[in-house]
Design a protein around this ligand. Structure first.
Ligand code: PLP
Length: 443
């Protein structure tokens, strides 16, 4: 049969999956694959959870679709309340969308709308960072700093400001943890002052990076300094928790590691654990109240935003996480995975291991001493992904952490239900795979 699928990699035919259960995928050739990246760091509660399927199916039978502007369902109200509850009351209102890119677009629009209604209509600029990822729609790609995903579409992107990344392993300021004075946080103030504080609307960042830096985690105090700067210049602090949110780092939200409260968080992925396309921009009360009390309109949204089936799934996934204490389990299994990953350091190509909870990354290098990256032509991390798959593990590879030009990474994001024995199996395969690829390229 002729292939009519237009794929991400057009000249590759990916395995066809016929069943997914727990941490495993099963392809049409009878192979069992450990889903070590939970899809794209999505599947937190594991595959094939019957009660989520039933929830979605029952909701579809009751009301499958409504248009948000005209109607709502009790499930939508409940989902919003449950999301706010997981922030322990830090956040007050939820605008549901259909995915992560829409969530960051909505967050940026809400920030702009807040300033307009707060009598500061000159504030519109967005500041973000290089080597960040906030989605692939044109707006989201504009404030993303994921060089390889921007390159082909640059003519369509808006010219937003990107600060140096929060990336301690290759600090752009040449600092080591002992000599760090939070230079990359301070860069935000410098940029705001140069642009003019009356023009800057929002700062957006990932509290733990995703595919662009493979789980880079900022130093202590980084986000506290960011919060101070945002407060000083009336710039809204948006944290993109599309990957890190809803338990992935071992807390409900990664911002909870930093003793700060952002103004807006963007969510997707783990919000439905992959059972339905959903995302959300979640705001503090002051954002909602300012808009509600002034214009009363947030003229944004997509047809499927606020979908009743999505709302039901969100409710059930949050309940499921709580009933099975899966966020706590994620923290515990995250520590176990971190210990196991450390054993990979003996490989000459393993330069750095980083992350939080079950969001972990490995960066590969040609030379550990100098941190020189591997030749991009080798496609080292893609080879790791391909070879691991042949050995029964799906691991997401990524590229470009070294200023977009080089830098091979793999990123782990297994379901929170993974067991210690399954982590052992997974690491054994990754260990063997790294040895194989190292040997193949002549390390
Ligand atoms: C941090 C972050 N933000 C936004 C997005 C975009 O989400 P989506 O692919 O659902 O549009 C992603 C996707 O990987 C992400 O990792």
């Amino acid at each position: 049969m002729k292939d009519h699928v237009l794929s991400f990699l057009l000249n590759r035919v990916t395995p066809s999956i016929v069943k997914a259960e727990g941490i495993y995928l099963y392809d049409n050739r009878g192979n069992r694959i450990i889903d070590a990246s939970g899809g794209a760091i999505v599947c937190s509660i594991g595959h094939g959870v019957e009660e989520i399927v039933e929830t979605a199916s029952e909701q579809m039978k009751r009301v499958a679709f409504l248009f948000r502007r005209a109607f709502r369902t009790s499930e939508l109200e409940e989902a919003a309340a449950k999301v706010c509850d997981t922030t322990h009351g830090d956040m007050d209102r939820v605008f549901f969308v259909s995915g992560g890119s829409e969530a960051t677009e909505t967050a940026i629009k809400l920030a702009r709308k807040f300033h307009i209604d707060n009598a500061n209509p000159s504030k519109f600029r967005v500041i973000s960072r290089w080597q960040s990822y906030h989605g692939s729609t044109m707006g989201a790609a504009s404030w993303s700093g994921f060089t390889s995903r921007r390159a082909d579409f640059t003519p369509y992107l808006k010219d937003f400001v990107h600060l140096p990344p929060t990336y301690c392993y290759r600090c752009w300021y040449g600092k080591a943890p002992e000599t760090c004075h939070l230079e990359c946080a301070q860069a935000l103030e410098n940029e705001i002052l140069c642009l003019g504080p009356d023009t800057v609307s929002a700062y957006i960042a990932e509290p733990v990076s995703g595919h662009s830096l493979a789980a880079a985690f900022p130093p202590d105090e980084h986000f506290k300094r960011i919060r101070e700067i945002c407060d000083q210049y009336d710039v809204l602090m948006i944290l993109d928790e599309v990957i890190s949110g809803v338990g992935r780092t071992g807390k409900w939200y990664a911002y909870q590691y930093h003793d700060v409260i952002p103004d807006i968080i963007a969510l997707a992925k783990g919000l439905s654990a992959g059972y339905f396309p959903v995302g959300a921009a979640v705001v503090r009360a002051k954002i909602h109240d300012t808009i509600a009390n002034k214009s009363g309109v947030f003229g944004s949204g997509h047809t499927y935003g606020g979908n009743p089936v999505a709302a039901s799934v969100v409710c059930r996934v949050i309940d499921y996480l709580k009933e099975h204490r899966l966020v706590e389990r994620c923290a515990e299994m995250g520590n176990y995975l971190a210990d196991k990953l450390e054993t990979l350091r003996s490989h000459p190509s393993v330069g750095d291991i980083r992350g939080k909870g079950l969001q972990r990354g490995v960066e590969f290098v040609r030379d550990k001493e100098t941190k020189a990256p591997l030749d991009p032509q080798i496609h080292f991390s893609q080879q790791i992904q391909d070879e691991a798959l042949l050995r029964g593990v799906h691991i997401e590879s990524s590229f470009g952490c070294d200023r977009g030009q080089a830098g091979d990474m793999i990123i782990f994001g297994p379901p929170f239900i993974i067991t210690k024995a399954q982590i052992d199996d997974l690491i054994a395969v990754i260990d063997e795979t790294i040895s194989f690829v190292e040997k193949k390229i002549g390390f």
